[in-house]
Design a protein around this ligand. Structure first.
Ligand SMILES: Cc1cc2nc3c(=O)[nH]c(=O)nc-3n(C[C@H](O)[C@H](O)[C@H](O)COP(=O)(O)OP(=O)(O)OC[C@H]3O[C@@H](n4cnc5c(N)ncnc54)[C@H](O)[C@@H]3O)c2cc1C
Length: 434
């Protein structure tokens, strides 16, 4: 009997150690997830931007597989159930849905309270306007690999429309992953094409990732170049990779040229850009979902010192920099310059507080303000940008500050307007599975 008791006690002890560790780990994960969710609620960033997981609480038994699978740390376990604790960072990888052992996750676009506009596309990527095609994230699928695939495939359909007549077979708009891949395919098929990009460099959304971000992707098959075996790569190396690809293939991209209007002329299109007008048989929109940076519309904005994205903080060493905006990208730009240079930084925002930003950014900017690294001027707007100064207005008081550079982070004008003006049908998705 004593022997049995000893054996049972031994078994119980052996089981209790992993069980205690498991319970402790669960407790810790729950606590961490609660903290992140609390910050999310406080910052108001509760809506996922695009494709995201929808969890079925009846089926979810809290295996945590989705938490482990998410490379963006967007999912957590609260009270034993998975949920999107950091929706703003979800980019729709879908790795969570694949990892779930009980099929408790479906991928959807939009939420009950926030609709996401997706253009209606045929299987050949053509919109309801014959000759206008869409590839990449604008069509609803947000991943580099998907964008690359779609850019290439769309050109395969566009070839069928090419005919003598118009000066171009296709105008490709955007030089993100979809536009790069489409341009390679167009060159590969000897199409007469032009690619325009509103920014001064290529890469699209990948340019805007946080510094050093590890990009998760999978091997890509690029026309002319062939298979590129890449799974994890940091943002900076990815930029070099895009540049190498374009140089190797010898394709020309027209930078700093923005699409402004598409005018249909019989079965051809006039593409009006900020620099030229092109006559083409087809248009391929690879413009993503970020839109076009919103301008301040003030005198002096055309000066070269005004930019809409922080590229390299180091370039502002010793300068007087004005950052305009009150969102995360404005705060992160001001902080990045403050941390890596001795620049004099002013942050101008029209609101009276930084409400819709990550708590961490709010705390960091308050600290930078306290230590004098960043001067924050709330309830102010830029009135004029001059060569060596910038003029602000704060509730009727004029403020002139020395200025060498302006970084405008005032959000973007979404592509929906352009699509609607062109007659492309868009559908608003409120949590529709795709
Ligand atoms: C923070 C973040 C992290 C991400 N991480 C990953 C990741 O790890 N792995 C992954 O696979 N995906 C990731 N993604 C998603 C991925 O970046 C996008 O799905 C992909 O870049 C979409 O490619 P695209 O070519 O369709 O559009 P985009 O990359 O958005 O490119 C669109 C291009 O069109 C240009 N454009 C727009 N309007 C005009 C106009 N009117 N005239 C001229 N040019 C115009 C833009 O300037 C831009 O260069 C992430 C996204 C974000 C925001």
């Amino acid at each position: 009997m004593d022997d049995h008791l000893f054996t049972y006690t031994l078994y119980a002890l052996c089981l209790s150690v992993p069980l205690t560790l498991f319970i402790f780990k669960r407790y810790r994960l729950n606590k961490e997830a609660q903290e992140v969710w609390h910050d999310t609620l406080a910052s108001g960033l509760t809506e996922p931007p695009t494709l995201h997981p929808l969890f079925d609480p009846e089926l979810c038994f809290g295996s945590g597989s989705c938490v482990k699978a998410c490379p963006e740390n967007a999912i957590g376990l609260i009270d034993g159930k998975a949920m999107l604790i950091n929706p703003a960072s979800c980019i729709g990888h879908g790795a969570c849905a694949t990892a779930c052992p009980v099929g408790a996750i479906k991928l959807v676009i939009g939420t009950e309270s926030r609709g996401v506009d997706i253009p209606q596309l045929k299987p050949n990527f053509e919109t309801n306007v014959p000759g206008i095609f869409i590839a990449g994230e604008l069509g609803g699928m947000g991943l580099i690999r998907k964008a690359v695939e779609q850019g290439r495939q769309a050109i395969d359909f566009i070839i069928k429309r090419s005919r003598n007549g118009a000066h171009h077979d296709v105008v490709i708009v955007g030089a993100g992953p979809a536009g790069i891949s489409a341009s390679l395919a167009a060159k590969n098929h000897n199409l007469r094409f032009v690619t325009i990009e509103q920014e001064d460099t290529l890469g699209g959304s990948t340019l805007h990732y946080p510094r050093g971000k590890i990009v998760m992707t999978s091997p890509m098959n690029l026309p002319i170049i062939g298979k590129i075996k890449v799974n994890e790569i940091n943002k900076e190396m990815l930029k070099i990779l895009w540049e190498d690809i374009v140089n190797k293939a010898g394709i020309k991209l027209n930078f700093s040229e923005r699409l402004e209007k598409i005018v249909q002329r019989d079965d051809e299109f006039s593409i009006v850009t900020s620099r030229a007008t092109y006559l083409t048989r087809s248009v391929l929109l690879c413009i993503g979902r970020r839109g076009t940076p919103r301008k301040l519309e003030v005198p002096g904005e055309e000066l070269d010192k005004v930019v809409y994205r922080l590229a390299d903080p180091e370039q502002y060493k010793g300068k007087h920099v004005l950052v305009v905006g009150g969102g995360d990208s404005a705060l992160e730009s001001a902080l990045a310059i403050a941390e890596s240079t001795d620049a004099t930084i002013t942050l101008s925002y029209r609101g009276n507080a930084f409400n819709r930003v990550k708590i961490k950014n709010r705390e960091r900017i308050a600290k930078a303000q306290e230590t004098g690294r960043v001067s924050v001027i709330l309830e102010s707007k830029v009135v004029e940008i001059c060569h060596v100064t910038a003029l602000l207005d704060q509730k009727g008081t004029a403020i002139a500050i020395p200025n060498d550079a302006v970084i405008v982070c005032a959000g973007g004008i979404l592509p929906t307007q352009l699509l609607e003006e062109t007659g492309i049908h868009v559908e608003t998705h409120h949590g529709k599975a795709i």
